[in-house]
Write a protein that binds this ligand. Structure first.
Ligand code: ADP
Length: 420
């Protein structure tokens, strides 16, 4: 069995997002968490595989080494082309990691040129004249300028990437993209001949991204956000009809939430308002040694098995600040992740077969606790939020792993209660 395309995502929920994009393009797609080992098995018949790393904000050397290991594994499974997926807001610093990781992947592949486009039009991310927009604002005018780890204070992608690589970076502008696939291909070749190694392409629509995808099918490495991945995916003829994974109807359904984002708090409120059973975990009590897990499981055992349940640590900003002041930010997060990971393992043992997890870090903690290393990507409940199916452990267990801010406010109710 041979992969058509491999992908390396620089964070966990970015991996889910790009895997959903490949699947929308009709490719049977697997998602692997963390650097795979030689023995990591790929579900049968996959066209695409995404390796989700945590390399966005780690030290450059580590990010490069992990990405190269992932690329080698993808090649060993037959991938002729590798896509490097980073954030649609180009989250990085002058040290990297986008530039150094792309250069290392290109060197290993012997690639002379690559094309980048972080546009994601459905999320309001567009690139025009090499400037990245978030809806109607330049990236540098958007709230991303205050990002805690990667404050984005410049919107000019050629300049941003030039600071992260010793190679030449140049723009492929929208007028060329509009002229179509052959024009883009010719422009990439012309750039390469004039010594450019990184080509930044404009894109305003999914149609533009489809043109870029079709024009870059032969490049060993292409980079950007989920939008260009979908463009590339459409350019690959799928092996067969899209996979028809279905949600298990047996067993129970649960949500575990650790995200404190505004959207997750709304989703929790809607679940509660729908009269469905929900339980808030007392993180401070757990820190003083109370058996919060035992109490939560006793509560779970009392609930109507036909209804989905919600167990959450998620807190309002005031409550979060109070917990963090008492325990410290890192210690509080570690405790919450440990609690939710342990609970996930118990719930699955007690027969949960559909598990929705809210929060990027939280999702990482839950898959690690469950020993799930790879999933097959199924249908999306909302944009970028697919059901996935465990393949190595707990075979067929349905997992929905969502970044805090993803999904409509009624996602929890719709994804679980209405599938009963
Ligand atoms: P998001 O995708 O919204 O960023 P994450 O799961 O990645 O969500 O991050 C949320 C972080 O907040 C996690 O590290 C989690 O452990 C922490 N957290 C959640 N609830 C609490 C709480 N009640 N007290 C302290 N930290 C919390």
């Amino acid at each position: 069995m041979t992969l058509r395309i491999g992908c390396i995502a620089d964070d966990f929920t970015g991996g889910t997002d790009v895997a959903a994009a490949f699947r929308r393009a009709g490719l049977r797609t697997a998602l692997v968490f963390g650097t795979p080992e030689d023995t990591t098995a790929l579900p049968a018949g996959c066209d695409a595989a995404v390796v989700a790393l945590k390399s966005r904000s780690t030290p450059v050397d580590e990010a490069v080494a992990d990405s190269l290991a992932a690329q080698r594994w993808l090649w060993s499974r037959g991938a002729a082309q590798v896509y490097f997926k980073y954030c649609s807001t180009f989250d990085s610093t002058p040290q990297g990691n986008i530039g150094p990781v792309t250069d290392a992947l290109m060197d290993a592949a012997g690639a002379g040129v690559t094309l980048h486009c972080p546009a994601s039009p459905p999320n309001g991310r567009t690139v025009y004249q090499g400037h990245l927009f978030v809806h109607d604002q330049l990236l540098s005018d958007s709230p991303l300028r205050h990002h805690p780890l990667n404050p984005m204070t410049d919107s000019a992608l050629v300049r941003l990437l030039s600071a992260q690589t010793r190679h030449h970076v140049a723009l492929l502008d929208w007028s060329t993209v509009r002229r179509g696939v052959a024009a883009v291909r010719d422009a990439v070749v012309a750039h390469q001949q004039s010594g450019v190694r990184h080509v930044i392409a404009d894109a305003l629509t999914d149609e533009d991204l489809a043109v870029l995808g079709a024009a870059t099918l032969e490049l060993p490495l292409v980079a950007g956000a989920a939008g260009l991945a979908e463009g590339l995916g459409h350019a690959y003829p799928a092996a067969g009809p899209a996979a028809a994974e279905t949600l298990p109807r047996d067993g129970r359904a649960a949500v575990l939430a650790g995200s404190c984002s505004a959207r997750t708090l709304e989703q929790i409120a809607q679940f509660y308002a729908a009269g469905l059973p929900s339980l808030h975990l007392d993180v401070l009590a757990a820190a003083t040694g109370r058996d919060v897990i035992g109490e939560a499981l006793a509560w779970y055992d009392e609930q109507d098995p036909d209804l989905p349940v919600l167990i959450y640590a998620s807190a309002s900003s005031d409550e979060l600040a109070a917990v963090q002041a008492q325990l410290g930010v890192a210690e509080a997060a570690a405790r919450v992740e440990e609690l939710l990971g342990t609970l996930a393992a118990h719930l699955v043992e007690r027969g949960v077969r559909r598990l929705l997890v809210a929060g990027g870090e939280t999702s990482g903690a839950v898959t690690t606790a469950l020993g799930v290393r790879a999933v097959l990507v199924g249908e999306e409940a909302d944009a970028g939020v697919p059901w996935t199916y465990a393949t190595n452990e707990h075979d067929g267990l349905a997992l929905m792993l969502k970044s805090g801010n993803f999904g409509a406010p009624d996602l929890f109710v719709r994804a679980l209660a209405e599938t009963e």
